[in-house]
Design a protein around this ligand. Sequence first.
Ligand code: NOJ
Ligand code: CA
Length: 663
Amino acid sequence: MKTGSVIALFYAAALLSSCAGSSVSSPDGSISFRIDLDKEGRPTYEVSKDGETVIENSALGFTLKDAAPLESGFRIESIEKASTDTVWEQVWGESRFVSDRHNEMTVHLQEKASPNRRLDIRIRVFDDGFGFRYEFPEQENLNDFAIMDELTEFRFGSPHKAWWISRKDPYYEGYGKKTGFTQIDTAYTPFTIEGSDGRFYAIHEAALLDYAKMNLVPLDSTTLKAELTPWSDGTKVYAEAPFKTPWRTMIISDTPGGLMESRIMLNLNEPCKIEDTSWIRPGKYVGIWWVLHKDEYTWYYGPRHGANTELTRHYIDFAAENGFAGVLVEGWNKGWEGNWMKTSENFSFTEAYPDYDFDTVMKYAGSKGVQMIIHNETAANLDHYFSQIDEAYTLYSRYGMHYVKTGNVNLLIDGKEEHDGQYGVNRLHAIVEKAAEYRICIDEHEPAMPTGVSRTWPNLMTHEAVRGQEHDAWEKDGGNTPEHTTVIPFIRGLAGPMDFTFGTFDFENPKYPFCRVNTTLAKQLALYVVIYSPLQMASDAPESYEGKKAFDFIRDVPCDWHESHVLDASIGDYIVTARRDRDSEDWYLGAITDENARDISVKLDFLDPDAEYTAQIYADGEEADWKTAPTAFRYEERSVDSGDILPMHLATSGGCAVRFIKK
Ligand code: NOJ
Ligand code: CA
């Protein structure tokens, strides 16, 4: 799977003096990361970009339970450096190949006085950012330990504005807001900064495994500090050396699009651990889902039960006719009666309601070449889920089914710990490894924030962790704002695939008239290109798509890409994204705008210069407006080449989706 070459140069600088520091630069020399020890032997780091300091004098280290903090009194024992320049291939992704070109430095710290504990800091600097992590080597005086606080700081030289989602929004399902640092309570990462220096910075983490999620709190108008999600007893992380933390990452870019094109997070995760990945396939799906959220049908058994054999067959037929890979059915299994969040132990993951003939449905789907995306709502009761998981996954795999959508609705996992505390992270990850044993791919709702672990476990295909389209069905505040999808790709989107589930054509919900889908029809289409997921839902009921030209785009658009580029964007205003299909020479483009209409011109210079293309353009109609005429829509075909400029009119909360078919 690996192509290219790895060049590793190791050298150790022995026993440097206690005040010494050392730095490592990106391969192109534009970013430099320096670690220093002050007079007290306190390590700090500093980052410069194009010769300008962008992060200054920022703290590193830990406070521990019943032990002295690991934050000062150090000397640098040795330093190792290495370089990597390689290209690896993704099982699925926004780009087929990923270049991993970085310089690495590991600083081995040792306390000068007893107990002489050791702590390593490993740094990797890429041309578009950096990552660093702490490693606790095996040692005599630090075995089992409990981290009470991670002291990592991000101290910017000047005040910046940031786009962030508040930790007050459960499951990360909140809006991104833009404020100065002092207005932040506790922010999730990814955390995106529009710098007063004109640069864009995004702070996140990579490889969150056996650790607590990093959140950010402001110390003052220029400084952020890591704030790990605690256990219920207040401890942040229980550890045993040798032990390593996730990578703390920062993308630095001149454009917002550069944040989305960075692959630092993936590069900082371990390579794929699944040998045969042939069963891990991206694809689109439909499902008995939107009709449940609109309350046309119920999850629980009764006169309006949605998950019945007949309706499911109808969805399977629709999927097969239109080349969709999968069908999701929610409410097929016993246990949805009453307040299921409180009665999660009633959920069965193997027994279906009487009107859902599990065997018939599975066989029918199989005969049509359609995968069932089997829904397992755990209500965050993972003790209960694990008591059935082997039996359930054995059953599903017996029918050759490879997809499970998990859901973990409830604020605490197993009634005691947060989703992204160390316990939740480990419990949720255990599902992924268990699923891999059964060749099952996971679409994870109410997860811990993704951090690129899908590189290692590509059966972890997509996540929710976003205020997705379901909020348009029932949310009291009126549904997602027109601006939302122009913001979210630059915050949550940087963490990986989002199961946002757009593709709704029927915007109103008679049951809940206070909310609706706040976009135009063309914007629903464009979102398939703008928002990335290797599993992509067409959320509406088959009837809503009947006879609609716009549906052709959803039918045709792939969800696995050879390459992806953000052509133009302004966070919270608009985005124009182009992606090339992984399996053909066709390109797809999606442009979306917020509540403001705009006219844009898109240079088609991403197309092959030696080819002509038929552009199938799905645009907002002349009178389109998200409030008054959301379905006004126009389809046009024209011949284009890479020298052309395509003018587009985007209506209020509108969009434009284009397929470029190579002639
Ligand atoms: C919330 C999930 O995000 C949604 O997709 C699902 O339908 C419900 N929980 C029920 O499990
Ligand atoms: Ca705006």
